[in-house]
Design a protein around this ligand. Structure first.
Ligand SMILES: [Zn+2]
Ligand SMILES: [Zn+2]
Length: 805
């Protein structure tokens, strides 16, 4: 995932980039054509907020931050294809946001509707959700309320089913992310039912998954924004008080309302609805926790069988009627219930339907409702269309013109981009910044040429990040967002990593864009990312690093003291990539010490290797110690290769390399070589040849396998060893399975089903020898003494099982 240019990358951010770099470097050495690009998610609120605070321009702030962070990443040696770098605030990029918007507009996938926004009455301005802090404006601390504006939406719900069922094909995504996406889409099957408003032609439609409980619906709840509420207010006996209560509800924080983190309150509208099944008149109330943009904005309340309705009914003394009895329950009285009964069961108190099961009742009630015309079956989604309008400056201008004669007009494709106009001062007050620029707003209608006005909203920055990965395949294209053939060559993305905070929005929007682009004939795949890794955060003192907490570890400082490679190695070694890590300076020092150890091991042999006089290892007759070191080398190659790709267990890969270093040191100590060299103890020439040959193989493999983790040190050692071509053109070492094969193995020995001993035997031991060895083990003889051995089963290379009586 590309980066938001917040200013300074901390060690937590760069962990993600290092994971990708290890994979990219290794894949390159294995002969793959690797595209590892980088760019900047450069539009957004923080730049504009900084501009308001510091009287600077968002672009200046953004470009400076990009320059600084790029420098940081370069110093860490991350092998990005910098020639493909771009920032989403480049006009060459956001032009294509506009182009894609217009393609979606053409297809009815971009449309306008009224929707509410946060509003600061003092600044007279729209606030983004993140500018509302505890219900107050971030600038002036005035209490925030909401207001309705015409805004642009992307019809993501058109793809709801495909986005949902597509998750089944994402086999290399973490389960928790898939679950979050499924919940976000929130598909539920149920019924839409109409409750007529008493003495009126209006009716209220509700969605329910529990039609079987409708005889227990004793009141109806409306969202404060429900279209009928305003007329109820007018007809109310005390419309002023009604209006005040409504205002209070509507001003509540929308997020808190949607998550239910508010005191649940309501009031009587003095109106009644007719339950289509009982014919009963039931009261209509307004409740602050009912949302207009979820479902129909109205609820049939069944307090006996829904906990929230139950609490509401108890609080306001509304009727509670039991209509379901789960097995084992005989409760019939609403008054004595202590909480709602939400299980399915047998339907009671429900006229002709009494005695049916919940499922049966739902079917037959649906038939009745359909015949009556009071209901129909319906699939509802939690997923809403994606509101992309932002009343802000620092984003992609929406390429639309409003003409009094011709209506809503697309800016002609040839006139793109609609550029962000220069702006001198950011006040953070009043109309959205673009609306305050009359030169920008005034335009002639592309159709009739008369005076018209431009759309002044900019796009949600999630639009920018929903397709940027395709642009990397063809970043300088001036005639289209990207060349179809180039994207076909590279995409879909094989490996994508980033924070789990993007599990829902960014990833679902990108999946949506992929499907839209597919339907536009621009990509051929259904899903943009094959494998997803969500890396764990880096904590310091148990908390996420943040400027405000003052616990940020700056990679520059660490690089200054310990070197970039130590930092890279530490962050990969300390835990599996998906796990959180707790930053410790001592851990980083440990990595630095290890690299010192590698350096001191390799350097003495570098001239020997560079001289090119060591004979080929295959022509030599090795002794046991030499064979054993070779075996360790090849076992390490196998383990490290698999740990990096496909497993991405980078921490265990590093442990493997550390073990190999230990084995090489032990060999050197025994043979008086390298760091332990003693001139007076020279061995004969053929012995030295054999020793040098196995050490050369070990050291070269070590340096090659370390290189994705610590490219600087590895490259330096590689050169010292006499190689002219850069290490990144070298081939990844190969494991020879025969050399890696152990010649001894540990076999467990059971007596009457319990393991009583383990024995180390030669790989080529015969079944009979193995049986005899097992029976003569002293630990086994204590169990077999004075007993009759009934049976001995030998499973070659696996185990020996002895049955005694
Ligand atoms: Zn304000
Ligand atoms: Zn016109």
């Amino acid at each position: 995932m590309f980066a938001y240019p917040s200013g300074h990358a901390h060690v937590g951010h760069v962990r993600n980039y290092m994971i990708g770099d290890v994979l990219a470097r290794m894949k390159r050495m294995r002969g793959y054509n690797v595209l590892q690009p980088f760019g900047w998610d450069a539009f957004g609120m923080p730049a504009e907020n900084a501009a308001i605070k510091n009287k600077t321009h968002p672009e200046k702030w953004t470009r400076e931050n990009i320059a600084h962070m790029k420098d940081q990443l370069k110093r860490l040696g991350i092998s990005y294809a910098w020639e493909r770098e771009f920032a989403t605030c480049d006009r060459e990029y956001y032009k294509w946001n506009q182009w894609l918007f217009l393609k979606m507009f053409e297809r009815g996938l971009a449309y306008r509707k009224k929707s509410s926004v946060n509003w600061c009455p003092s600044c007279q301005t729209v606030l983004a959700n993140e500018q509302v802090i505890d219900g107050a404006c971030w600038r002036c601390v005035t209490e925030v309320n909401t207001r309705d504006l015409e805004q642009w939406f992307f019809r993501i719900t058109e793809y709801a089913d495909e986005l949902l069922y597509g998750t089944e094909d994402l086999r290399q995504w973490p389960d928790k992310v898939l679950t979050m996406q499924r919940n976000w889409i929130g598909r539920s099957e149920g019924s839409l039912v109409k409750f007529k408003v008493s003495d009126s032609d209006d009716s209220i439609e509700v969605f329910t998954t529990r039609l079987d409980t409708i005889f227990g619906a004793t009141f109806v709840l409306l969202a404060p924004e429900h279209p009928l509420v305003d007329s109820f207010a007018v007809e109310s006996e005390d419309s002023v008080r009604f209006g005040e209560r409504l205002e209070k509800f509507r001003a509540l924080d929308r997020t808190a309302r949607s998550t239910g983190q508010i005191d649940k309150e309501g009031f009587d509208t003095e109106k009644f609805a007719v339950n289509p099944f009982t014919g009963e008149r039931i009261p209509i109330w307004v409740a602050n926790f009912v949302l207009v943009d979820y479902g129909t904005g109205a609820i049939m309340a069944v307090p006996a069988h829904d906990q929230r309705d139950f609490e509401f009914a108890r609080k306001y003394g509304l009727a509670i009627r039991v209509v379901i009895q789960p097995s084992g329950s005989s409760e019939t009285s609403g008054e004595s219930l202590e909480s709602a009964v939400t299980e399915h069961g047998l339907v009671v108190n429900s006229g002709d339907f009494s005695g049916a099961t919940s499922a049966e009742a739902r079917r037959s009630m649906m038939d009745v409702a359909e015949t009556q015309g009071s209901g129909k079956s319906h699939v509802q989604y939690r997923l809403r269309d994606w509101g992309i309008s932002r009343q802000r400056y620092w984003g992609t201008p929406i390429p639309i013109v409003y003409c009094d004669v011709c209506g809503v007009q697309a800016v002609p494709l040839n006139d793109l981009p609609v550029e962000l106009p220069p702006i001198d001062e950011f006040t953070g007050r009043g109309d959205s910044p673009l609306a305050q620029l009359s030169d920008f707003v005034q335009v002639s209608c592309p159709k009739c040429g008369k005076d018209a006005r431009r759309e002044t909203d900019t796009m949600d920055t999630f639009v920018d990040s929903s397709w940027y990965f395709y642009r990397y395949c063809d970043p300088h294209n001036e005639v289209s967002p990207f060349d179809v053939a180039k994207v076909k060559y590279w995409a879909p993305i094989d490996f994508y990593s980033g924070g789990v905070e993007h599990a829902i929005l960014h990833l679902i929007y990108s999946r949506f864009f992929c499907k839209v682009l597919r339907d536009l004939g621009m990509v051929e795949h259904d899903e943009p990312f094959i494998r997803l890794l969500t890396q764990g955060m880096v904590l310091k003192d148990g908390a996420v690093m943040s400027k405000s907490k003052g616990n940020v570890v700056d990679p520059d400082e660490m690089t200054e003291t310990f070197g970039a490679d130590s930092l890279r190695l530490y962050e990969m070694f300390v835990a599996p990539p998906e796990k959180e890590i707790e930053w410790t300076d001592s851990g980083l020092e440990g990595s630095a010490r290890f690299l010192g150890r590698v350096w001191r091991l390799v350097l003495p042999f570098a001239p020997v290797i560079a001289a090119g006089e060591i004979p080929s290892i295959d022509e030599l007759r090795l002794n046991n110690d030499e064979r054993s070191l070779r075996r360790k080398t090849h076992q390490t190659i196998r383990r490290v290769s698999e740990d990096i790709d496909p497993r991405v267990h980078l921490n265990t890969a590093v442990s493997g390399l550390m073990e190999l270093v230990n084995a090489l040191y032990a060999f050197c100590e025994k043979t008086r070589l390298g760091p332990y060299h003693v001139p007076s103890e020279e061995a004969d020439a053929t012995t030295r040849d054999r020793q040098h040959a196995v050490i050369k193989e070990g050291i070269e493999s070590l340096v090659l396998m370390l290189s994705p983790f610590t490219p600087h040190l590895a490259e330096e050692l590689w050169e010292e060893m006499g190689y002219v071509d850069a290490l990144e053109y070298a081939e990844w070492p190969n494991c020879d399975p025969e050399v890696a094969q152990e010649d001894e193995l540990m076999v467990p020995v059971q007596v009457n089903g319990k393991v009583r001993a383990r024995v180390l035997v030669s790989l080529n031991i015969s079944e009979d020898e193995l049986k005899q060895t097992a029976l003569t083990l002293p630990q086994i003889q204590t169990y077999t003494a004075n007993k009759e051995v009934k049976r001995v089963v030998v499973v070659p290379r696996k185990m020996v099982s002895i049955v005694v009586k």
